[in-house]
Design a protein around this ligand. Structure first.
Ligand code: ATP
Ligand code: MG
Length: 459
């Protein structure tokens, strides 16, 4: 492992990392590459960001490098910015007690890399490499765990989880991301620290959830959350969908169907994956059975309202919430070849031009996620091709696309600003959605004149 680390580092360490390491060493400090970068280098995975641990204190780091950002100065972290990229530099630390399960009461800087490794979360994240002395340090068992692809806490799991309640969520995120197993004792300890996990800020939990949603197979992470009790804590609505059976068109219950749908959405679209996870969240509440027939009428609208509450709770931005709600609300459409172009334009108008492609990805994933159907839903291909054509034609899909505006309406109908103006524009839009060729200024002004009440203004 050590030889592999040296050779991989020699081959793959990027210039900004070398610059930071030698900048510190040249001033007489010890500088180690550490954390996810070293772990991923050994695993042959892409490294997105590098972390450096050093005995230089933050003010010294700020003095050595011309461009720095004090990203987490109280925790000892300074980001060094270079043309090639950023490197996070953190002073060796030794943490004291964590009274609130979130922040160490006090951070003590240390001169000792071993102490710094001991405060890190998992053994595979606690490997440090100092190229200057070709010095490799690691928490006990780190290389064994990396070889066996195991997530294990550094030290006693209950103790480490009680110190920081986010660590259990991180354990599951890493297992899902790296396709590792969680060590048995580490995993069962999660259940006994749920009180500490509940103290963690929901922003931090959301951050981990979004990382799980970007994994190859998020369902694994979500189901590990279920098994450990975390899903009941953070997404009780989804946990409650377990065992809610569906009709004969589905192989899975609502819970597994949701997880399979999430997996089937492209991994570079985490918000659409979230929509996949939540798209049927309204089903348990809306389930009805008549003469042995199971229905879930309106579950998409109930589910959209539930999605809004869930995303508020998890502190998503309102733009993110609005978008996912729109996807959930519109995931049930029943296209047939006899839909008119007007019906398709109304569909695009309701879903929003910005979301059309994602609604299709969600619908395809929903189709794949039911576990029975094979192949590709070709009717969706036809619908998509027709919508592409409609979008290319650039016909009006909203009031703003009309060839007349509110001022024209007010003048032609003799109205002041108010609800009637919007209603008139909507009426024109309805005409234009069915007949795009009517969207000329001349025609719409003529239509407005036809709409004039008897005895209204003359032009
Ligand atoms: P990635 O960046 O690929 O998600 P990473 O391992 O770099 O994974 P980060 O969250 O960037 O994870 O943290 C960097 C390092 O800091 C970790 O590898 C770990 O050593 C340490 N660390 C981060 N968060 C904690 C924590 N809550 N408790 C203990 N150590 C932590
Ligand atoms: Mg990292």
């Amino acid at each position: 492992m050590k030889a592999l680390l040296k050779s991989r580092f020699a081959e793959l360490a990027p210039p900004e990392l070398r610059y930071v390491l030698s900048g510190l060493e040249d001033r007489g400090f010890k500088a180690y590459a550490v954390g996810g970068g070293v772990r991923n280098l050994l695993l042959g995975r892409e490294v997105k960001e590098w972390d450096v641990a050093t005995d230089a204190t933050p003010p010294v780091v700020q003095e050595i490098f011309p461009h720095t950002v004090p990203t987490g100065i109280e925790q000892g972290t300074v980001t060094v910015v270079t043309e090639g990229g950023k490197v996070e530099v953190t002073t060796f630390r030794r943490d004291s007690e964590y009274a609130d399960a979130r922040h160490p009461n006090e951070v003590f800087f240390s001169r000792d890399v071993e102490e710094d490794l001991a405060r890190r979360d998992f053994t595979v994240n606690a490997i440090a490499y100092r190229p200057a002395g070709e010095d490799v340090r690691a928490a006990e068992g780190a290389f064994r765990d990396l070889n066996a692809r195991t997530i294990r806490t550094v030290g006693d799991p209950v103790e480490r989880f009680r110190e920081d309640g986010l660590r259990p969520v991180r354990a599951i995120r890493f297992a899902c991301q790296l396709d590792f197993e969680i060590d048995e004792r580490t995993f069962v300890s999660i259940t006994s620290v749920l009180d500490r996990v509940s103290l963690v800020s929901l922003e931090r939990v959301r951050g981990e959830l979004m990382k799980i949603l970007q994994c190859g197979k998020p369902s694994r992470g979500i189901d590990l959350m279920h098994e450990s009790g975390l899903l009941a804590m953070f997404l009780p609505e989804l946990d409650g969908a377990r065992g809610v059976a569906q009709n004969e068109f589905h192989a899975y219950d609502v819970y597994w169907h949701s997880l399979c749908t999430c997996d089937a959405v492209p991994g570079d679209k985490p918000l659409v994956r979230l929509a996949g996870l939540l798209h049927d969240i309204g089903k348990p509440e809306m389930k009805e059975e008549h003469d042995g027939r199971v229905t879930f009428y309106n579950h998409q609208h109930v589910g959209a309202a539930m999605t809004a509450r869930i995303m508020d709770r998890l502190r998503f931005s309102s733009a993110q919430r609005e978008y996912v709600v729109r996807l959930v609300d519109n995931h049930m459409f029943d296209y047939h070849s006899d839909w008119t172009d007007g019906a398709l334009r109304r569909f695009v108008r309701r879903v929003g031009v910005d979301a059309v492609a994602d609604v299709f990805d969600l619908r395809i994933a929903d189709y794949i996620g039911n576990g029975l159907r094979q192949g590709f839903p070709h009717y969706l291909e036809e619908m998509r091709a027709r919508i592409d054509r409609i979008l290319e034609e650039d016909s009006a899909l909203s009031e703003a696309d009309l060839a007349v505006d509110g001022n024209d309406v007010m003048r032609e109908l003799g109205l002041g600003p108010g609800k009637e103006v919007g209603a008139a524009l909507r009426e024109l839009l309805e005409l234009v959605l069915d007949n795009p060729e009517l969207n000329t200024r001349e025609t719409l002004l003529a239509k407005l004149r036809e709409m004039r009440p008897p005895g209204g203004p003359t032009a």
